[in-house]
Design a protein around this ligand. Structure first.
Ligand SMILES: C[C@@]1(CC(=O)O)c2cc3[nH]c(cc4nc(cc5[nH]c(cc(n2)[C@H]1CCC(=O)O)[C@@](C)(CC(=O)O)[C@@H]5CCC(=O)O)C(CC(=O)O)=C4CCC(=O)O)c(CCC(=O)O)c3CC(=O)O
Ligand SMILES: NC(=O)C1=CN([C@@H]2O[C@H](COP(=O)(O)OP(=O)(O)OC[C@H]3O[C@@H](n4cnc5c(N)ncnc54)[C@H](O)[C@@H]3O)[C@@H](O)[C@H]2O)C=CC1
Length: 213
């Protein structure tokens, strides 16, 4: 069983070998994560050509050779030629994280199906048993956790900073974070107003405790 993580790729180099439909899907995910993407392929899908023309990715218009992996943190072998994909895995140095789109066994990691809502990431993996099921479950989760979660999570991110700054007592923080995480809180939609009230309640509680001592 794999170990699920969220990789921070900002400023790190990701080399994608291949420029077809599967490479395009992987490249979109890598772009969202802020990776520096180098694509190696003699031909590429129009949308990838457009990304290269716009400076969003670097396209080396050529066939793969092992030198292409220099300085890569992460590597995706996404050509339609099994032999080339295998050559990519052979060329990778120990420590480079490699994904091979036609060989789940040789992968250091699989790419999950993902729902993104601002800071919220929901990832679904079947470990290669059925990418189609991962995709279906991703679609179901997109319905359940709609766009409204983006604003809510952005609010929570801000609120977290405020609570950590203003509430010193660990129990009090926990109480507040749990109140903000409740679905009833989210649904009422008066987030800033209720946060201010909750903070005031905490201050009052502390004040009273101060008086008791
Ligand atoms: C092991 C893995 C390696 C990796 O790529 O990381 C892998 C491998 C393979 N996929 C194949 C086929 C398909 N893959 C998809 C779709 C996705 N595949 C993704 C991930 C993964 N695919 C990793 C495991 C993830 C897991 O199981 O959880 C997703 C989740 C993420 C992404 O790619 O971004 C993305 C959905 C994203 C979304 O919609 O949200 C569809 C559906 C479609 O396109 O409609 C089909 C056709 C239907 C089918 O086959 O099920 C084949 C056979 C190729 C052939 O027939 O030759 C192989 C190779 C093999 O199985 O040997
Ligand atoms: N993991 C996944 O999610 C999935 C994997 N697959 C597998 O992925 C493979 C690729 O699928 P598509 O993107 O649809 O293929 P595609 O035919 O659209 O693209 C193949 C790409 O590989 C490039 N390429 C070929 N030889 C190369 C070389 N020597 N060096 C560099 N680039 C080279 C081509 O120029 C082209 O850009 C399929 O053969 C299939 O086995 C298919 C569906 C999903």
């Amino acid at each position: 069983m794999g170990y699920p993580v969220i990789l921070h790729l900002r400023g790190r180099r990701a080399v994608v070998v291949g420029g077809g439909k599967v490479a395009a899907r992987k490249i979109h995910g890598l772009l969202e994560a802020g990776a520096e993407i180098v694509m190696i392929a003699p031909e590429a899908e129009p949308e990838l050509q457009a990304l290269a023309a716009g400076g969003m990715i670097v396209w080396k218009k050529k066939r793969f050779d092992p030198d292409d992996l220099a300085e890569a943190f992460l590597v995706i072998a996404a050509t339609n030629d099994r032999k080339v994909n295998e050559a990519v895995t052979q060329a990778a140095a120990p420590g480079q994280l490699v994904n091979v789109v036609d060989d789940p066994e040789r992968c250091d990691f699989h790419v999950p199906a993902v729902v993104r809502r601002g800071p919220l990431t929901i990832a679904v993996s079947t470990g290669g048993a059925s990418p189609a099921v991962a995709r279906r479950i991703r679609r179901e989760l997109e319905e359940k956790y709609g766009e409204e979660y983006r604003l809510y999570l952005e609010f929570l991110q801000r609120a977290r900073g405020i609570v950590l700054r203003e509430v010193e007592d660990a129990e009090g923080r926990k109480r507040l974070f749990q109140a903000l995480a409740a679905d009833s809180f989210r649904q009422r939609g008066r987030w800033d107003e209720e946060l201010a009230q909750l903070l005031a309640n905490e201050k009052e509680r502390n004040g009273e405790r101060g008086k008791e001592q």
